[in-house]
Write a protein that binds this ligand. Structure first.
Ligand SMILES: CC/C=C\C=C\CC(=O)SCCNC(=O)CCNC(=O)[C@H](O)C(C)(C)COP(=O)(O)OP(=O)(O)OC[C@H]1O[C@@H](n2cnc3c(N)ncnc32)[C@H](O)[C@@H]1OP(=O)(O)O
Length: 304
């Protein structure tokens, strides 16, 4: 700690408490240009991709806003679950082609290959962090896909905790068809999500369109619904159910699932042992256990 920081903190304990307990309310979330955020049920936030006239294609602003939104919601105490969907005809058409062309031309204006490479690297990292913000967000993210889910859309949903879709949904790891190796998460997450590297590689090498039914068969989505209204209603019910549980238990579960997904079991076990050595001392465990044992009403939990 620098001496100035020490002086401020020790003389103003409220400042440190403000810094570390920082949380947002819905009113504090900034209005987004490319997202619509609402709270349809207590503790359940709904984030909608909101460029319906352009099939929710990802512009630079959208990359920025998705990252900001999920980071803010991770720290919004009354947000316990997030439902992600898209407005308009399609879930998303992937990266905005015009913005891709614009990026390429900005890189071309740079004087040499090293600077062009740094420019590309910075943007890829930025986009990767945007997608990863869903995984880093400690609140479960339930995604609902309808109609087209292309390119960056697959990156996005594979970073979500759960995936559902409508019968008319279709998917494509389209990157190869636009001359790219997918670079913001699909290659890392899709094989783990579907647990079958052969089918994951086929989808990534061919870019072929696959249906809702195939997505269900390979385990990309949990359930296929006849239409968007039915999908949204059912997924909202699942979200409300999750939101009724101890937020400490749910969020610690997500943190440990994410930590464990690419590590040996022993590391994941060690991680949850250390986490629960602390978390089990909280009030949620006795509250939940007593309610279960006495068949009492579901307990109310403090936000976190
Ligand atoms: C660092 C890099 C990070 C990430 C990289 C990700 C790579 C990718 O995402 S690769 C995938 C790129 N996307 C595509 O190739 C999809 C192109 N679009 C389509 O195939 C279709 O538009 C569709 C998404 C299947 C939707 O078809 P349809 O339902 O028939 O609607 P349209 O009339 O075609 O579209 C409506 C409207 O949206 C515009 N649009 C759709 N997708 C994009 C897009 N990706 N970029 C820009 N604009 C898009 C489309 O042009 C229409 O606009 P109009 O103004 O009405 O013409």
């Amino acid at each position: 700690m620098t001496s100035l920081f020490k002086t401020i903190v020790f003389n103003n304990p409220r400042i440190i408490s403000h810094v570390f307990k920082r949380s947002f309310t819905v009113a504090e979330l900034k209005p987004y240009e490319t997202l619509a955020v609402s709270v349809p049920k207590p503790y359940v936030y709904h984030v909608e991709l909101n460029r319906p006239k352009k099939s929710n294609a990802f512009t630079r602003v959208m990359w920025q806003e998705i990252g900001e939104c999920f980071t803010a919601l991770s720290n919004t105490a009354d947000c316990r679950v997030i439902v992600l969907s898209g407005q308009g005809k399609n879930f998303t058409g992937g990266i905005d082609i015009q913005s891709l062309v614009q990026l390429a031309s900005e890189a071309d204006d740079l004087p040499d290959v090293a600077r062009k490479a740094r420019f590309h690297s910075n943007f890829i990292k930025y986009a990767q962090d945007t997608i990863t913000s869903l995984e880093v967000c400690v609140k479960p993210v339930l995604s609902v896909v309808h109609s087209a889910c292309v390119g960056a859309g697959v990156d996005l949903i594979t970073a979500a905790d759960m995936r559902y879709c409508t019968e008319d949904a279709w998917f494509s790891v389209r990157e190869v068809d636009v001359g790219l190796a997918a670079d913001v998460g699909t290659l890392q997450r899709l094989p783990k999500v579907v647990g079958n590297t052969s089918i994951a590689r086929e989808l990534c090498f061919t870019g072929r369109k696959f249906t809702a039914q195939e997505a269900k068969e390979i385990g990309l989505v949990s359930k296929v619904f006849p239409d968007k209204d039915t999908a949204m209603n059912t997924v909202m019910d699942i979200a409300v159910n999750i939101a009724s549980k101890s937020p400490i238990a749910v969020q610690t579960t997500k943190i440990n699932l994410v930590y464990s997904q690419s590590r040996p079991n022993q590391d994941g076990l060690e991680h949850i042992r250390l986490l629960n050595a602390v978390m089990n001392q909280g009030e949620d465990l006795p509250k939940s256990a007593i309610a279960q044992a006495t068949k009492g009403p579901p307990p109310e939990f403090d936000n976190v």
